[in-house]
Design a protein around this ligand. Sequence first.
Ligand code: ZN
Length: 758
Amino acid sequence: MAEEHVLICVAWPYANGPLHLGHVAGCYLPPDIQARFERALGNRVLMVSGSDEHGTPITVSAEQNNITPQEVVDTYHALNSKALLDLGCSWQPQVDVRGVEYGGALFNRTSDPRHKKLVQENFLSLHEAGLFETKTMKQYYEQNADGTGRFLPDRYVEGTCPACGADGARGDQCDACGATYEAEELQNPVSKMNPGAQIEIRDTDHLFYRLDLFQEALEQHASSQQSNWKSNVRAMTKQWLDMGLRPRAVTRDLSWGIPLPLNGDEWEGKCVYVWFEAVQGYSTCAQIWAESVADAAGHPDGTEAWKNWWNVSKDGTSPRHLYFLGKDNIPFHTVIWPSLIMGLNHARNGKTADDKVELPRPGDLALETNVPAMEYLMLAGGQFSKSRKHAVWLPSFLERFDPDTLRYYLSINMPENHDTDFNWPDFVEKINSELIAAYGNFVHRVLTLGHRLPSGESGPLVGVESKERTKAHRDKLTELHQSITTSLQRHRYKEALRTVMNASQYGNQMLQAATPWKYLKDDTPSEERTQSLSDLAFGWRIARFLAITTQPFMPFSAQRLWSSLGLEGEVSAQSWHSAIEWDLQMTWNESAPTPLFKRLELEEILASEQALAEPTDVAADDPGHGVKGGKKKQNNKGDTNMPEAPEGTTYLEFDTFMKVDLRVGKITSVEDHPNADRLYVVTIDDGSDKGRTICAGLKAFYDPEQMIGKSVVFVANLKPRPLRGVVSEGMMLAADDGNDNVRLITIDGDMTTGAQVR
Ligand SMILES: [Zn+2]
């Protein structure tokens, strides 16, 4: 296990807009936590990613804004790389501080000439091995009056949907009804950029990658990964394989992309399809890192250094490959990319389309070890969306908040097994009442109490600790450390961070019981005083434990804590296991301690958000969210004469409360929502003849059988609203402890359906 080679592959962000919090929770934070953890364990970690800079969304953006595609990608590559660094993602330094043999990181871009060259070489080698086939397709062509013209990719054509008749349907699919169709079926087609131009359908030749040749090997690979992969990864991969793999186009009629390395008129004006080249970034980036970084830094294998992280070694062991991505990208990484990797191995081993495809052997490129894909982080119940501008943007967030508060919130709320929700009241609550109340306050207390003790040469706590008395504490912390480690090895970030927070909670309770503040002035020797101050001294050790174990999650505050404990150097360079070395010499920092975090004020944030965002009433916008976070939605605008409420409470007028019509209903059926993963469509006997339908975000918490037959309380006079195609007529009440426990409010005993709740 020691010093394993670990390749952390991070999904390539598309350079067509700023990153939003949905991207961060799904793709960019988890790999950074993992990379930091693996480094602390002593492993050799190489982390690779970069901007995905080709494809039609970028050319469309460029044409609409009258700038070049290069300007679009330059802007967003710069913006997103900076935002990721500001978030504390460890893309710098590019060489591991322990030395280049331990790896490093490269955040590259697909417009890198070296990437283009490597992709062209791979393209040719697959082509020569016969793994492509040529097909003639029909494609729209725009003919200008002067005789010039161009082929129009799907996004460049708009028309009337042949299925539902909606206007604004794209060349191959309709966003209104979801139908997909052949280009020639679209009605009234026009060129989106040039509506006056005459357009026609022409034949065009394209190359297709023979995915079908890899079906068997991929099935074999998928079945060997059953115990590793999460259930969403298993299910989506199976779905793809069950459908049967068909050849997939690797070229298209577009000039913005990597030119085809082929001669011949038929390939004029075509480029490599963006999916085919961007995904190869995982290997080209490692190779480019070796050539431009590792070699210069003196890696013993020079420009070949990347093979340590990519090739199956002679004894058959593979480097560990971890891919981090959102759920929409799963089949791409468990089906398509592995088939390209195996294709490249196949071609390099001199095989052709007639030879059987085999899984990687020594010397070959390795397949993925795990794909800990995330579900979605939703924004107040709705999906984050770049195009609909329903998002909280990372750069603007980082201008206003401590990056560690975001890292904390997204980690404790990570969409590991089901979609989770970002909303501002919950963000403020978790930062103030968990992060600050449990962790921030504990370490601040230890430091301020220590500062009030008389200090010797090496600080006030040295010599105060009694090993015998703190044994139980040491055992407890050692046990927590083991469990944090196991959770991180299993990619359970939420669970790991919760256990870290339990350690600070333990520290708080220990101090509370020890009451060291009683003995700061009274130095009369006594059994109680010795015991109490020994616990305070152990508080320093817990704080050091917390600096090391929070480091993967919150690197900035971990470093601040490290320094305020009087410890030298970088906390990120400490070994993970040194968190539980209990015999280290205590150090002390003479400067007065400052709190690790600043309390957040919800009112202030909401006011500034309102100024930044579109005016949508996020709280009332989604019943799925309504069930989960109902308690956080009191809104008292307009109630100006209220008596002052205790902190954390906002009073509600009695009349306002009475307007809510609560009634008893009985659940008669529960079905999956056809278009929303988190939602059930629940039918309730509400006492009326026809009953009612309610969409509820309870899928993560109940199986349908557990719900059917329950008598519940629902809001009867909520305005009915369509929710992704299903009209929801009300909302069921549920309790939510903010810790992934959500339970329905049920009725004690028999009650007629439709009865009022008061
Ligand atoms: Zn349609």
